[in-house]
Design a protein around this ligand. Structure first.
Ligand code: CP
Length: 338
């Protein structure tokens, strides 16, 4: 069984992983050594600080051995097209690369961002699915075109701890923020689904033209309804902040980047005032700030918010480690046998 997206996983197992991440946070210094002899392959097609370091340390902490691969930098470049003769610069096809790696390791993590050029391919996570189909061992999504399940689990554990086990019905604002680049939608998608599944009252605040994938918004509404929460949308950041308990900021590009990148850049530039300031935070109900990191200071959020006592961003980063341990243990102890 792979972990490509928490939507594929039962509520019981999702809740169990949150609980395990919280237990790991209480036992952070103990080397468990529970998975001695296991090997973890980590394939990073894109840059990372938190995911890479927390995965390597989590594997080592469980007694397993991590191996990190950055394709095209010290390994062969990988080709993806199944039907084209390989006459380009890539020496190895993803089919063999993943096939080989999955003969060496017991879990294969992969980070594979959105192309930004093909909406259907990105939103359906076609490349992640191709990677997973070639693997003989469980594949763990370390952030794909449209989901970041590892971040979502860490954030769910942080929120559960912050609200002392009762995040339900708390007002959670997921706010779009300006960024000079059209970033992918994986984190906002997974964040929306995560907060909805916790039963929070979620407000998705974004300017017109920066809607998330409607399929994800619809799934989040359904998840919130099932969990006793709600999801609503607005194009007004300040009003959304009124009475909020959490402001989770994230930048992402508009869907128009796929059809007309110049128009998208111009639309995005018109919203450079979408930044989390102290003024925004002052409208909340002693609200706390969240961001998955990396974050651009003075662009996405002001220093006084990030450096203030109500910012949870470093807790989120810390919980990446506790969450990765929970995920690896779950994949090996339960998921891999299904
Ligand atoms: N939040 C997150 O995934 O960080 P990295 O991109 O540094 O791994």
């Amino acid at each position: 069984m792979h972990l490509l997206d928490w939507q594929d996983i039962s509520d019981k197992q999702w809740t169990g992983c949150i609980e395990q991440a919280l237990l790991n946070s209480a036992n952070r210094r103990r080397l468990e050594d529970t998975h001695k002899g296991k090997n973890v392959g980590l394939v990073f097609f894109n840059d990372s600080l938190r995911t890479r370091v927390s995965m390597e340390l989590a594997a080592a902490s469980l007694g397993a051995h991590p191996v990190t691969i950055t394709p095209g930098s010290g390994t062969w470049g990988f080709a993806w097209d199944a039907n084209k003769p390989m006459l380009g610069g890539e020496a190895e096809h993803i089919q063999e690369a993943v096939g080989v790696l999955s003969r060496y390791v017991d879990v294969l993590g992969v980070r594979l961002f959105a192309s930004g050029t093909d909406w259907d391919k990105d939103m359906q996570d076609i490349m992640l699915k191709q990677f997973a189909a070639a693997s003989a061992v469980p594949v763990l999504n370390l952030e794909s075109a449209t989901r970041h399940p590892c971040q979502a689990l860490a954030d769910a554990a942080v929120l559960t701890r912050h609200f002392e086990g009762r995040p339900k019905k708390k007002k959670f604002v997921l706010s779009w923020a300006y960024h000079p680049k059209p970033l992918p939608m994986a984190v906002p998608h997974s964040t929306l689904l995560m907060a909805a599944r916790l039963g929070m009252d979620v407000t998705l605040a974004r300017p017109d033209g920066f809607e998330l994938d409607p399929v994800v918004v619809s799934a989040a509404k359904e998840a919130a309804k099932k969990a006793g929460g709600s999801v609503q949308q607005t194009n007004q950041l300040e009003n959304a902040a009124d009475g909020a308990e959490i402001i989770y900021a994230k930048a992402w590009g508009g869907a128009k980047r796929y059809s007309d990148p110049e128009a998208e850049a111009s639309m995005r530039a018109q919203h450079s005032n979408w930044r989390i300031t102290q003024g925004v935070m002052d409208r909340t109900e002693n609200g706390h700030f969240m961001h998955c990191l990396p974050v651009r200071r003075g662009v996405v959020v002001d220093n006084e918010v990030l450096d203030g006592t109500n910012s949870l961003h470093l807790d989120q980063a810390e919980f990446r480690l506790h969450a990765q341990k929970a995920i690896l243990s779950w994949l090996w102890d339960n998921g891999a046998s299904q």
